[in-house]
Structure formats: C-alpha cells, structure tokens
Write a new protein. Structure first.
Length: 222
C-alpha cells in the first residue's frame, strides 16, 4: 500500500451488502457507477479538474503551497502538485547545494503533511471515487510522491507492435509496456492544445447529458 493511501474510507459488506462509509448516500457509492464483472464498483462519472480544484481550494490548508496547486484528474486518481516556498540559502550557493536544499524542502513537506494528506485522500475517495496522489515543486526540483501505476489492457496488431519493438530495440524503452508509456507521453507533450479541446468537448457532452431526462441519477444499487 502506498504511504499516502487511506483505505478506511471504503468499507463494504454491511448487513445487506450496502455501502457503509458514513456518507449520506448510503444506498451506494457517492459517485455514479456500474457494477463490474466481479461485482466491484467501477467509476464511470467524469470529474472535471475545475470541480476538483474547487473542492481542494476549500479543503487544503492555506500555508501548504505558495499559490494554487496544479490539479489533474483522470478516471483513477486526482494528482495535486504544489509549489513550496523556496529554502533560504547563503549567497553564492552552488548548484549542488541548491538542488540538495530543494530536495530537502520537498521531503520535509512530505513528512510534515503525511497524516493530513492521508485524510484528504480518504475524503476524496469517498466523495469522488478517486484518491489523491501528491507532489511538490521547489525551485527547479519537482517530485510526485505516490502516482498510481495502472495497468492498461489493450490489443495491438502487428504494425503497432512493430512500433513498440523498434523503440525497445533502439534502447528508448526496456519493454513494450515502457514503449507504450513513452508513446503516450510523446502525444501528451506535443498535442496539449488538441487534447485540451477534446476534454472541453467531453465536458460539454457530460453537461448536456446531465441536463437531459434522468440526468444526475445515481447508479444501480446492490
């Protein structure tokens, strides 16, 4: 288990298999979802970065970060990366000293806020069906502590497999899975504008769905 995960917020198996989390939506998880093949709840409700930022703006202590943190959201987790106040250094400090000070400041933040971050993770999991992964920036040093590594099952035909094998053979990646992750990062780095437009379009679709008949209803209960 990751050091920042708090599993106590999810407790299944009440007297009739009801969701028991202390949340007022005791008929099922507080997010809309559906049952997977093994009877587990699968999160299928989009969560916008704007909503997540809004909730976190009210929830995070004011003295944690210098300014609003960076918040990104996907189907599995919310990632929060905030900028810390710069460490005080002697005039003329060298590059190695600066980097060491930045790393130390990030590590101090991680240790000092561990329990509070675990509590926020648990609350977000109960509220949105996603936990929170954390990171911090100090100067030019950036570190994300607890990102989930989620397996993605996919089927690739030979032309796509050949692309991955070429990257492996060239030493760009150590395996096909690493090569696939490299390709995803490449698209993300070079197609930010297009991806942003696509996310905006998806948000509009979700708003239209919510405004339609039956919008906003909770998912099927056990």
């Amino acid at each position: 288990m990751r050091d920042d995960e708090a599993t106590g917020a999810r407790r299944g198996g009440g007297r009739r298999g009801r969701w028991e989390s202390g949340h007022p939506h005791d008929h099922g998880p507080p997010w809309r979802g559906r049952r997977g093949r093994r009877g587990r709840w699968e999160n299928v409700t989009p969560l916008s970065a704007e909503e997540a930022r809004g909730w976190l703006s009210g929830r995070l202590p004011d003295d944690w970060f210098a300014g609003a943190p960076e918040v990104t959201v996907d189907r599995d987790e919310i990632v929060v990366v905030g900028t810390l106040d710069a460490p005080s250094l002697a005039e003329g400090a060298g590059e190695a000293e600066v980097r060491a000070a930045e790393a130390g400041r990030i590590e101090r933040f991680r240790e000092d806020t561990r329990q509070a971050r675990m509590a926020i993770h648990s609350e977000a999991e109960a509220r949105y069906g996603r936990g929170v992964a954390w990171g911090a920036v100090s100067g030019d040093t950036r570190r994300v502590f607890t990102n989930l590594a989620v397996p993605v099952l996919t089927r690739l035909r030979q032309p796509e497999r050949l692309v991955l094998d070429t990257l492996v053979d060239a030493g760009v990646a150590g395996s096909r899975s690493e090569a696939l992750a490299w390709c995803v990062r490449l698209v993300g780095d070079n197609q930010d504008e297009w991806l942003a437009r696509l996310r905006e379009a998806l948000a509009s679709v979700e708003e239209a769905r919510e405004a339609g008949p039956g919008g906003g209803r909770s998912g099927t209960t056990a």
